[in-house]
Design a protein around this ligand. Structure first.
Ligand SMILES: NC(=O)c1ccc[n+]([C@@H]2O[C@H](COP(=O)([O-])OP(=O)(O)OC[C@H]3O[C@@H](n4cnc5c(N)ncnc54)[C@H](O)[C@@H]3O)[C@@H](O)[C@H]2O)c1
Length: 380
């Protein structure tokens, strides 16, 4: 079995929980899970054993109850009645948002809160932790010493605190994997990668690549291979879910812009004026975001072409499907004892693949690297 703990029981996590149980019950096809049946770990082996949130409306409820509020009564797998949402670490990750939040550290301090989590996990025995909390402002800490100082001074972000706790649990109890699907630099932070190596743990990240970003990466590769000179890229994303509400706050938006625009220079080899970031919150759009993209480039004989792309994309299910793979790959990586971070996994599934030196590459190329890492031939 692969035992999974979730941080942040929001839309992505709830789609992940529901979709996974439906897959296990044979109720849905596995479209949107890139590796499908190409790897030996079956969906039935994945089990969500715990969940953490800081929204007082979610703490103490089951995932089933949280899902019912979002999706209504229809088709919510009964298995989710057994998993409760527990109180997590807040560290102001919800500051400025219209939700009442509470964290374990508020009564007992951060060090004790982390120790409590690690103790809780000694009985839950997770193998994999999935981080899908609200996008938060955070900076790289670069060394283990800086991480430890920030911990003592309560200067870590919530994701950094969870990442630290997972390393501690791995060192003391059982090797495990932290999947960082949000922009906070963890797999891109040399301090955390070192800490994970030392703790016999694995971190995968940062920021799940879904929606327009992987598509842009592949288009840029296409243009680069044909020696077309890209002049500018404009990419808009407008959505109506709480992720977009959070991304309306400038310092949170900046975190996304950083991970999204990292692809341009990495793939083209030069930078171009670009505007690639979430641009707006419009509630009636719900989770089905509106994406528009324009790429201008110079073709032969100095002629200028333009690509226009318009899409409506269901935001949260896209990442949830990839998490089904990531949890399975995490188990393979644990069995291989590949501690630290694993670029061939990150390059395909993440917007900003760690480690720090790991470039963003086209997802078509990354897919080949992933299959190579897995020892699978293309087409099998
Ligand atoms: N396609 C995608 O939807 C996609 C792609 C890449 C990355 N992401 C990232 O995934 C994350 C989740 O997206 P979402 O749409 O589910 O957002 P959401 O707002 O629906 O869910 C976030 C959840 O995290 C909880 N939370 C906030 N701070 C927390 C903390 N300190 N501890 C525990 N829980 C905390 C919130 O209460 C909420 O329940 C975002 O950071 C987003 O940027 C999403």
């Amino acid at each position: 079995m692969v035992r999974i703990v979730i941080f942040g029981q929001g839309l992505v996590a709830t789609h992940f929980a529901i979709g996974l149980e439906r897959l296990k019950n044979g109720e849905i096809p596995d479209y949107g899970v890139p590796l499908s049946n190409k790897i030996p770990i079956k969906y039935e082996e994945l089990e969500i054993v715990g969940s953490y949130d800081v929204d007082t409306k979610k703490i103490g409820k089951t995932i089933y109850d949280v899902a019912k509020e979002v999706f209504g009564d229809t088709n919510i797998p009964r298995q989710l009645r057994d998993v409760y949402v527990r109180k997590g670490i807040h560290l102001d990750s919800m500051k400025g948002l219209p939700f009442k939040a509470e964290g374990l550290e508020e009564q007992k301090g951060l060090l004790n809160a982390i120790n409590d989590l690690v103790d809780e996990w000694k009985s839950l025995k997770p193998d994999v932790f999935v981080n899908v909390i609200t996008t938060e402002p955070a900076n790289k800490l670069n060394t283990i010493e800086n991480i430890e100082n920030a911990l003592i001074n309560q200067k870590l972000s919530a994701s950094q605190a969870y990442a630290y706790a997972v390393a501690k649990y791995s060192k003391e109890t059982k090797s495990s994997v932290f999947i960082n699907a949000i922009p906070t630099p963890i797999a891109n932070d040399p301090g955390f990668v070192e800490l994970y190596k030392e703790s016999k743990a694995i971190v995968l990240g940062d920021d799940g690549a879904t929606g327009a970003t992987p598509l842009t990466a592949d288009l840029l590769e296409h243009l680069a291979e044909r020696n077309r000179k890209v002049l500018e890229i404009a990419q808009f994303n407008i959505g109506g879910n709480t992720d977009f509400l959070a991304l309306d706050i400038p310092e949170r938006n900046f975190m996304k812009k950083k991970t999204k625009s990292s692809i341009v220079e990495d793939i083209l080899g030069y930078n171009v004026p670009n505007y690639i970031k979430p641009t707006g919150y419009l509630p009636p759009l719900g989770d089905k975001k509106f994406v528009a993209m324009i790429i201008e480039y110079i073709s032969f004989n100095n002629f200028k072409d333009e690509l226009y792309i318009i899409a409506r994309i269901n935001d949260s299910p896209a990442l949830a499907g990839q998490l089904v793979d990531l949890a399975r790959l995490a188990k393979i990586a644990l069995d291989r004892e590949e501690y630290g971070t694993i670029y061939p996994i990150n390059a395909f599934y993440m917007k900003n693949p760690g480690p720090k030196e790991g470039k963003s590459i086209a997802k078509t190329k990354a897919y080949d690297k992933l299959l190579q890492w897995l020892g699978i031939k293309h087409g099998n």
